[in-house]
Write a protein that binds this ligand. Structure first.
Ligand code: FAD
Length: 728
């Protein structure tokens, strides 16, 4: 049976769908799934997430380039459009539903000591399942990347890319040099405020912090949440970047297309294409320029390892033949982890309670005007970037982030938060149930620059098998120490006049499993943090970017894969370390910058090739001329009865006969079999159409050792070839 909340949300979704942004006729109409996949594209992008969608848009701006964007999931979900309902998609089929390996120092109160790790599996990737908070991180983060040798990644280098995407709806922010209007990604604030949100900001000011735009000149301070929202609903990267490009003829978006392997020539170490599965059929498609891997910090290293690129011993153990031993693929995993579920009770009826929100006036108001509590960005009203006692007082580089919500895990009638946070029945019934639906607020505190590092490894060589995710939370003791401080800052905030006026008090029942610790001591907080640890979904670093001098770097600062040609990685996995904030906006920035890096590479290449073209002289020139004349006057023009064979762009999943090789025998067989009506024949040829140059009988040999010749050589011969190089 459906409960009131589910019916209400479904109703609001349908109304929102009918009235606003999500109908097929809308200017932002849906992306179409490519039905005719060609055999070859200039670029193949794996993953239509926060980075991949941006790259697909930017590369397809060049009409001369053909782009294939492959996404394992389908289109984004209508249900996930309502900001206050952001969490509802977790643990559904648009979530990869990963979980961590059992943790020693975290996730202790969850089943098997594993934390859930949600990830979006649809167009927009995790930007379609995330909490929509728009945070760029701190200048120092990017300057550190640059100082570590990543040329072009300092704050001054990346700011233009943040601005390029942005269309900020707040005129006060849009007018500053740190924000922009007119970009593809809509950034705004909730159209609804609670008295609790105002008290949060006032409390911060009482503590000596500024009320400020934390994406502006300085980060330290308190501010209302900024989010990737458009007209009161989610603005995923699918909405922002794919929908406007959906009518481009040179962009094919193929959904439900799960890549199992990047094809890499084991001898030349060149990435040549991909293999993927769609609706039960296997496709192999070539990339003539580059394969761009944007499957995120979990799937990108997984796909690399499945392709034979990664720690050789681990690959061999899983039955995969290594093509390149790259021990740092899947290493350096870092993530933001905080304490979930603190409840501060209040005396006023100000919280966002499901029982208060789910009524027709609120839903209609949301559908028509977007200004109701449902527009509250994932239920987070304010953010603060503050300093623990370990941070440098004089530097604008806060080490703690607070997510403030005018409600808590007890506010949704036990429907969503309980499920996605993974509380056991014992914890729920003992700790939360007695205060269900009371007015409250919460803070999710965390340490911004954790030092613990984990790994992604394969469970098996089956591409459908989930990888082994081990974030190693709190393996570095400093991480726990500073997280404890972050909880103490949240408690101090609750004691400010602004929040006291609302009767704020910590719900002080000891957390189950921590009753034996002396209450309110560091040991008690440590126990609770280790029990109710919560990922922010900010995993980064598993294909780390770094300069030549860094042996642990997997990609170069141009995001080129070290040791493999024509392969680039562009998503959160390239980040050497976490930015001090949420990671969606930084990933979109990575997508924007990667697009320019790719464009620059191939602009240079086309300049090179046109230079080479002008050097086309002498014999080749003469031959080309004769061939052209021969083509025009005689046998090789396209209107000739012997006109050219056309390359099939639409390969079906099934034929009666498949002939491999269009040579002397294969061409005959293809002709003869297709004489039978009703038989479907696929003729596969590794090369292209025959060369005009080779048409002139006298110059028959001129095609040898060109690219229409396989250029084989014999092994060195004892009784022949003695006059040739190496007797071959
Ligand atoms: C629950 C949650 C809440 C979050 N909240 C916020 C927030 O409020 N603010 C914020 O800034 N950040 C937030 N984040 C983090 C942010 O959304 C991510 O860091 C960011 O979206 C990652 O982008 P990406 O491009 O690296 O990967 P993704 O966006 O995850 O994209 C990867 C894409 O690749 C596809 N894919 C994977 N494997 C394959 C395959 N084999 N074949 C084809 N396609 C494949 C996936 O389906 C996906 O679409 C949150 C994350 C989560 C999970």
């Amino acid at each position: 049976m459906y409960n009131a909340k589910q019916i209400g949300l479904a109703l609001a979704s349908v109304l929102s769908w009918l009235l606003f942004s999500d109908t097929p006729n809308d200017p932002e109409g849906y992306v179409q799934d490519a039905s005719n996949i060609r055999t070859e594209y200039d670029f193949i992008i794996i993953g239509a997430g926060s980075a991949g969608a941006v790259i697909a848009n930017r590369l397809s701006e060049n009409a001369d380039w053909n782009i294939l964007l492959l996404e394992a999931g389908g289109d984004e979900s209508i249900v996930g459009q309502i900001p206050a309902n952001a969490f509802a998609l977790q643990l559904t089929n648009v979530d990869w539903q990963y979980e961590t390996q059992p943790q020693d120092n975290a996730c202790q109160s969850y089943k098997d000591k594993r934390c859930n790790w949600p990830r979006g599996k649809m167009l927009g990737g995790s930007s379609s399942i995330n909490s929509m908070l728009y945070v760029r991180g701190n200048k120092r983060d990017y300057d550190k990347w640059k100082n570590d040798g990543n040329v072009g990644w300092g704050y001054d280098d990346v700011l233009p890319y943040f601005l390029k995407s942005e269309d900020n709806q707040n005129p006060f922010l849009a007018g500053t040099k740190y924000h922009n209007k007119g970009g593809l990604l809509t950034v705004g604030e909730s159209g609804f405020r609670t008295p609790l949100g105002t008290a949060f900001i006032q409390g911060g000011v009482e503590m000596g912090y500024e009320h400020r735009d934390y994406n502006g000149e300085f980060q330290t301070g308190f501010g209302f949440a900024q989010g990737t929202v458009r007209r009161g609903s989610r603005c995923s990267t699918s909405k922002a970047f794919l929908r406007p490009a959906r009518n481009r003829k040179n962009l094919h978006v193929s959904m439900h297309s799960r890549v199992s392997k990047i094809l890499i020539d084991p001898d030349t170490k060149v990435a040549t294409g991909v293999r993927f599965e769609k609706h039960g059929h296997i496709y192999v498609v070539q990339a003539t320029k580059e394969v761009v891997l944007s499957a995120g910090a979990i799937a990108s290293p997984q796909i690399l390892m499945l392709s034979g690129v990664g720690p050789a011993a681990h690959l061999t153990e899983k039955g995969i033949t290594p093509i390149l031993d790259q021990p740092y693929v899947g290493e350096n995993l870092n993530d933001h982890v905080g304490l979930i579920g603190i409840v501060f009770l209040i005396d006023k009826p100000f919280s966002l309670l499901t029982t208060r929100l789910m009524n027709l006036p609120t839903l209609l108001n949301y559908a028509l005007f977007r200004g109701t509590p449902l527009s509250m960005i994932s239920g987070v009203e304010g953010l603060a970037f503050v300093k623990s006692k370990y941070a440098d007082d004089d530097d604008d580089w806060p080490d703690v982030q607070l997510h403030f919500g005018p409600g808590s895990d007890i506010s949704d009638d036990g429907a969503t938060n309980r499920r996605i946070h993974g509380y056991t029945d014992e914890v729920w019934n003992e700790y939360y149930k007695p205060i269900l639906n009371r007015d409250s607020w919460t803070i999710l505190p965390l340490f911004l620059r954790p030092k613990s590092r984990g790994t992604i490894l394969l469970n098996s060589k089956d591409p459908h098998d989930k990888p082994l995710i081990n974030p190693n939370y709190f393996s570095d003791p400093d991480d726990l120490k500073i997280t404890v401080e972050s909880v103490k800052i949240a408690l101090a905030l609750s004691k400010t006049d602004a929040l006291q006026k609302l009767g704020s008090r910590l719900y002080d029942k000891p957390f189950p499993g921590c009753e034996n610790q002396p209450l309110w001591t560091d040991a008690y907080w440590e126990c609770w943090i280790k029990s109710a640890s919560f990922t922010l979904g900010h995993s980064v670093g598993t294909c780390k970017m770094g300069p030549d001098s860094d042996p642990t770097a997997v990609v170069t600062p141009e995001l080129k894969f070290r040791g493999i040609e024509n392969l680039r990685v562009a998503d959160t996995s390239i980040m050497p370390s976490l930015p001090s904030g949420n990671t969606n906006a930084p990933t979109i920035m990575v997508g924007e910058k990667a697009s320019d890096l790719i464009k620059n590479t191939w602009k240079e290449a086309s300049v090179e090739s046109s230079r080479a073209d002008t050097m086309f002289l002498g014999r080749e020139f003469g031959l080309a001329l004769i061939s052209l004349i021969s083509g025009f006057l005689f046998s090789d023009n396209r209107s000739n009865p012997e006109g050219y064979v056309r390359d099939t762009s639409a390969i079906r999943s099934e034929y009666d006969f498949i002939i491999i090789g269009a040579g002397s025998a294969g061409a005959v067989i293809a002709n003869r079999l297709t004489e039978i009506d009703g038989w479907n024949v696929l003729l596969l040829e590794a090369g292209e159409d025959e060369s005009i140059t080779g048409q002139i009988p006298l110059f028959a040999a001129s095609l040898q050792l060109t690219d229409v010749d396989w250029q084989y050589k014999t092994e060195p011969q004892a009784n022949a070839c003695q006059g040739y190089v190496n007797q071959k």
